[in-house]
Design a protein around this ligand. Sequence first.
Ligand code: HEM
Length: 506
Amino acid sequence: MEESTQPRTLTTAAGRPIFDNQNSLSAGPRGPLLLQDYFLHEKLAHFNRERIPERVVHAKGSGAYGTFKVTHDITSLTRAQLFSQVGNQCRIFLRFSTVGGEKGSADTERDPRGFALKFYTPGGNWDVVGNNTPVFFVKDPVKFPDFIHTQKREARSNLKSATMMWDFWSLNPESLHQVTILMSDRGTPYGYRHMHGFGSHTFSLINAQNERTWVKFHFRTEQGIKNFTNEEAAQMKAQDADFAQHDLVDAIDSGNFPRWKMFIQTMTQEQAKTFRWNPFDLTKVWPQGEFPLQEVGVLELNEVPVNYHAHVEQAAFAPAHVVDGIGYSPDKMLQGRILSYPDAQRYRLGANYEHLPVNACPYGFSNYQRDGQMALGNNGGPGPNYFPNSFDGPAEDKTVGEPDQELDGLFADRFDRNVGPGDDDHYTQPGNLFRLLDAQAQRNLIDNIVGSMRGIDGPKKDLIIQRQLCHWFRADIRLGMAIAKGLGVDVEMPTQHLQPVAAAAG
Ligand code: HEM
């Protein structure tokens, strides 16, 4: 029996009615207290255990339930039950977040925003754990903890440090594309409703003929893109640190349900083999001119969860959660994330975190996992707890196998070399992005970069600035010159760095 939400008698956790919730049991009116006041012990002890570890990244967030509806037929590409016919609907849960700050940090910090979606489908829960950007800072998961350390607090001062950030970025030119987006006004979105979401990685779609197509997922805001400028974001930080939470809850509570249209980009396996750069490289986008967006469905948020901790804080998303008809890709970052999320959640929420209502598949699950802390439900009941068995326990489904995946390397190594000529080009796409912006957006980008790089300090200051300036120059000469000027760095045209690498990205 669940905790009642109706007004009724106050009880202990074990259900015993409580006589007095204002006065501890004491020997005489002035104390001391009696050891037998179990109600007091229970109350204080539970309070001491109210905090669970916050997410190691994306700790500050907001979430809501809603619905997803399929509007276009993609059955030729996927056999996922969710997409079996136009008009199919399912319940969803979407959690937005900032990345680097703690659970109490301000919503308007310059940061990517998380866009984590759980589709509760009859074929199991499908999670798309993405961001509001189509690319990421690094392309190998082994770099992730180091990168995140630079976004958190410096070891001695316990302060955020522009020196750490730019030191890391300047030593990892593959981060330039994401850093360019981060430093643009998209780094400070106006709450969570006015930004796009991206699955970012390449995934697979697998159809009824067991054929694989590579896919990227996009969620485009129906509210229109709206960003804060740097100054507005700073002002809002002082005015309302929880602006994005307010904005989301207020919109849903007033019936102004936010919506996103879902699109896919697809690439055949043949196209992938001959593509100009690694199509599984998370630091690069697939040009939409060559791989157009195809509309798939629409999602709407229409329900604020009744309890933040139960639903938003205990939500556990994982790129590992795909369903039949949707699969992984060789993207090294995705591969790293498949392991990392459930591991984090076993630590953060416990071994049976999938039993929590926000995480549980509403259509049920059946397996031979038993016991462990906080096993909710009946723990498999009297059924067999081993496989194979002769007692009608859950059986394998031989219809859900995936097609073979051809691998392009037959030997294992730690590869720091690239396969295609475009793989090492970290400059064309960020440069293209800069050139796409209108004049005001370019000025904002330059000001934001200059403002942030001014924070670089200490004995390596000049080295870090010079190194990073070279990257900006290689992306776009005008951008490099403007940043150098803003920083007061006297650059003699460094001709060896002025030539953007041969155009690889479209
Ligand atoms: C949260 C690891 C890259 C988006 C997390 C969490 C971990 C993690 C451990 C906390 C999970 C939890 O406690 O529930 C990693 C690793 C990465 C990586 C190891 C690279 C190898 C990415 C990328 C994206 C992303 C590329 C987006 C494209 C998110 C989001 C959340 C998250 C949205 C918050 C999910 C929520 O709302 O609960 N990440 N991450 N991460 N990550 Fe990553």
